[in-house]
Design a protein. Sequence first.
Length: 210
Amino acid sequence: MPPALTMVRRIAQLIVGLFAFGLGIALMVRAQLGIAPWDVLTQGLQLKTGIAFGTLTIATSIVVLLLWIPIRQKPGIGTIANALLIGIFVEVGFVWFPVPDNLLWSILSFTIGLVLTGFATGLYIGARFGPGPRDGLMTGLHRVTGWPIWVVRTGLEVSVLVAGWLLGGDVGFGTLAFALLIGPLSGFFMPLLLVPAAVRPESPDQSPAR
């Protein structure tokens, strides 16, 4: 594929991936079955402040990016786009998707949202424009502390989950389902959606976009 077309594909994957990621979050939040740890924190902050979920998603991403400074982690174009756009796309999803009126629709909403988030991760990571703010914090802490990546990730996820739960965020079966399934889903989609011409010898982190 010519370089110009490769770049067009990468940009398209980035934007579509972030858009789909935002819609996936919105579907899972609307399902009210439990949500991802970072979204539990965002929802808890929303309940305490009254600020829109999408706005808080952006604000949280910016705070996380500021934490990159002392660990000397460098953002990419995709990192900045992630921080600024996902919150907007979540709010679009809230407009499009109503709260389900029965358990069956809640399960369907959550399932679609989870699969869509895995697919979106494949698109976003496959574009190779840099990690999302939260994943960059994880890999940066791994680099400066020398702790295993799973220790750093678990520590971050548990910390924000507990904080969000204490603030009143929605922790439930969906939270567990997300924790168990988002990795395999992302792992399935990422090889299929990787832009080959963008591959470099130093392969970037390929964990979920946020």
